[in-house]
Design a binder for this molecule. Structure first.
Ligand code: FE2
Ligand code: FE2
Length: 210
């Protein structure tokens, strides 16, 4: 079945509204479901909730990137891969959101802004051609993996529930990077990788507080 440009725009607009407004659902059990809640100080809770807020915004950005890429992908195979990746990130969204609420925190007020910016970047990456689009996906997932490693060092040692979630996300992101590589991802130029790192630093610095 072939979809028109208007069909694709409506589908991706729907994805955007769901990401920002609907409660995400996880098919897989939440990775922390069998872990007991630790008794954390209010400072530790606040810190852990802020880190999980950053991760939740990161997942919102991932949804937007893949949705933008799906819109402008040249082939149906790449478009389907992007839509599948976006669906899998929904589970990460669900895990992060539950954990933030358990810790007494809230999601970032800046999510709509980051969604719009990431969607535009994704659409541009998709328009450059599938090998670049997949290269962008692979690099994004690699950088997210590095970022999750740093969060495992920063989370309170006793917060085993948040750690379980971050560890499973790290495993999934590594798989997404690997899938993109096998589909023919091109290696991005170093300045592009540098820009991506810089932009994610801006996102993490702001969403820790807002
Ligand atoms: Fe993710
Ligand atoms: Fe991912």
């Amino acid at each position: 079945m072939r979809y028109s440009t208007l069909d694709k725009i409506i589908t991706e607009f729907d994805t955007g509204l769901r990401t920002l407004l609907a409660k995400p659902y996880s098919v897989r059990p939440h990775p922390d479901q069998d872990v007991a809640e630790a008794s954390l100080s209010s400072t530790d809770k606040q810190h852990a909730a802020a880190l999980m807020r950053i991760n939740q915004t990161g997942e919102v950005c991932a949804q937007a990137l893949y949705s933008g890429q799906a819109l402008t992908a040249r082939t149906a195979a790449t478009s389907n891969t992007m839509q599948q990746a976006a669906r899998e990130e929904t589970e990460h969204l669900a895990w992060c959101e539950s954990r933030i609420h358990e810790l007494g925190g809230r999601t970032s007020l800046l999510n709509p802004l980051f969604y719009a910016g990431s969607f535009a970047i994704g659409a541009i990456a998709g328009a450059l051609g599938d090998k670049w689009s997949l290269g962008f996906l692979e690099e994004t997932e690699k950088q997210v993996g590095e970022h999750l490693n740093s969060h495992l060092n920063q989370l309170p040692a006793a917060d085993e529930k948040s750690r379980k979630i971050v560890e499973q996300m790290r495993t999934d992101e590594a798989k997404h990077a690997n899938d993109a590589k096998h589909l023919g991802a091109a290696e991005l130029p170093t300045p592009v990788k540098f820009c991506m790192k810089h932009m994610s630093k801006v996102m993490t610095a702001t969403t820790y507080h807002i």
